[in-house]
Design a protein around this ligand. Sequence first.
Ligand code: HEM
Length: 146
Amino acid sequence: MVGTWRGPGEGHYPTIADFGYVEELIFSHVGKPFLAMNQRTRHPQSDAPMHAEVGYLRPQPSRAIELVLAQPTGVVEIHAGSVEEKSDGVIVDLRTERVEGTRTAKPITEVRRRLEVTGDLLKVDMWMAAMGEPLTHHLSAELTRN
Ligand code: HEM
């Protein structure tokens, strides 16, 4: 997963209008047993900054994995999940054990994230239970490693 990944994404949710975005997602490591994750997105036409997030993926024994993630929208996600190795990549499936917001953050009660690496292609999907809606797809992106 280590590297800089870029590509287009699409978002939707029952409470908002559909939108597109361009994502840059960087996984890096310093030799300790975690990957740093740094994501930024931009508007596909105006190039204006959109969502961003930073965190750490923490692999655990028996193909388990944890993720801690913070967002400028006041949201913090704490995930537990699994890693499935494929011949040419890996699938990381994560669900929140806790998701917390600052007092002004929008209400989010659950997040699911799926990352599938196949060679130099990374497919990202994200679902959330937010704004009173059940767990519903919010984002999908197809990124390539640069
Ligand atoms: C690629 C990353 C993301 C992009 C480009 C993105 C983009 C957007 C956009 C454009 C909106 C509509 C804003 C508006 O109409 O005012 C929105 C709403 C929202 N997003 Fe995202 N988002 C991203 C990631 C996330 C994540 C990670 C979460 C939560 C963990 C999240 C939670 C929400 C919520 C709660 C809303 C409000 C829906 C509402 O007001 O009804 N988003 N997002």
